[in-house]
Design a binder for this molecule. Structure first.
Ligand code: GCU
Length: 334
């Protein structure tokens, strides 16, 4: 029942969107619809607003970007599907959500695949990696334009500290709808529950889950710090947010407009870095001082060791071996 109400609501919204687009096109400007699941003060939203500003400026007002935040158009899985069909033109979704569409993306949820953030950035700016990643989903209806830093993911619980692997036993942890993330929690000894981001707050509050894992903005921006009081610096994943576009829509643009979209996307990724760093710093303080969240340093080595079998699987699996290898090579590049 709930699902059909949501679907009806989404259909209605899409109908209204089509009307907005017709109005924009009448006035001479092309309007592209962009969907994401973050709040208006989240760094990603701010960077996407900047993307829109850049596109409009560079195209002298020929292209306008209309943003639908807060998962208004659905979960990340749903907006990826809408981007495939072209009902939505652009979407920002986690690489973990794209794993269900293209197995290469699963590598980005592989725990501790990046030693640190510098290594992550090096890989995400390596064209051998991004060319493969961004272009190969064209046949599925979408391409990648750029990525946004979504920080390191850490474990947080409702009411208990986790310092070592034995503490993970029986812990019900929400993960993104990603097979790799499910396997990660299993390897660590916990019980994974995959669910969409929008459901996590209530699930922690009601005790359906004991824990979740995310970057620091989840605590304040999404209020999870109200219901989860222990945040352990496990740094188990560095998963990029991906910015994708409907492939037909992109291919139908003039070469000049294609260039503008690509350039604006890249520039907004650079812009995002400062907004991200500042927000994480501020929100960590807020979570600590105003929400009473305890931030705890943990020794990562037992966690790293526990997930080694996953690395063996993913580096040998025929669907992921090539991208795994490309990432290892990109890390070594000068
Ligand atoms: C991050 C990411 C989102 C994702 C969320 C999640 O916040 O930026 O795109 O939806 O994690 O855990 O689902």
């Amino acid at each position: 029942m709930k699902k059909s109400v949501i679907t009806l609501f989404t259909l209605l919204l899409l109908f209204i969107l089509a009307g907005c687009q017709a109005a924009a096109e009448k006035s001479g400007a092309m309007e592209l619809k962009l969907a994401h699941n973050q709040t208006l003060d989240h760094p990603v939203h701010i960077s996407l607003v900047e993307f829109g500003r850049l596109v409009e400026e560079k195209s002298n007002g020929d292209i306008k970007i209309r943003i639908y935040p807060n998962a208004q158009l659905g979960s990340e899985r749903e907006v990826t599907e809408l981007t495939q069909t072209g009902a939505v033109d652009l979407a920002k979704v986690s690489a973990s959500a794209l794993e269900a569409f293209e197995s290469d993306y699963s590598i980005f949820s592989l725990p501790y695949v990046f030693e640190d953030y510098d290594m992550f950035e090096k890989v995400m700016n390596n064209e051998n990696v991004t060319d493969k990643l961004y272009n190969q989903t064209e046949g599925m209806g979408f391409i990648g334009l750029t990525y946004y830093n979504a920080g390191e993911r850490h474990l947080y619980t409702k009411n208990r500290e986790v310092n070592d692997i034995p503490d993970m036993k029986g812990l019900k942890v929400r993960v993104q709808p990603s097979q790799t993330s499910v396997q990660m929690i299993e390897a660590l000894g916990g019980i994974p529950t995959a669910m969409a981001y929008g459901e996590v707050y209530t699930a922690i509050q009601s005790g359906v889950i004991d824990a979740a894992e995310n970057n620091e903005t989840a605590l304040v921006g999404n209020n999870h710090g109200e219901v989860a009081k222990y945040y352990m610096y496990t740094g188990h994943q560095i998963v990029p947010d991906m910015f994708i576009m409907n492939a037909n829509r992109f291919n139908q643009l003039s070469e000049e407009h294609q260039e503008i979209i690509k350039e604006a996307a890249k520039e907004s990724t650079v812009f995002h870095e400062d907004v991200w760093a500042k927000t994480v710093q501020e929100q960590t303080e807020t979570a600590k001082n105003e929400m009473g969240v305890n931030f705890i340093d943990v020794d990562k080595s037992p966690f790293i060791e526990a997930v080694q079998p996953l690395h063996e699987n993913y580096s040998n699996n025929e669907n992921t071996a090539e991208i795994y290898q490309l990432i290892q090579e990109a890390k070594k590049d000068e």
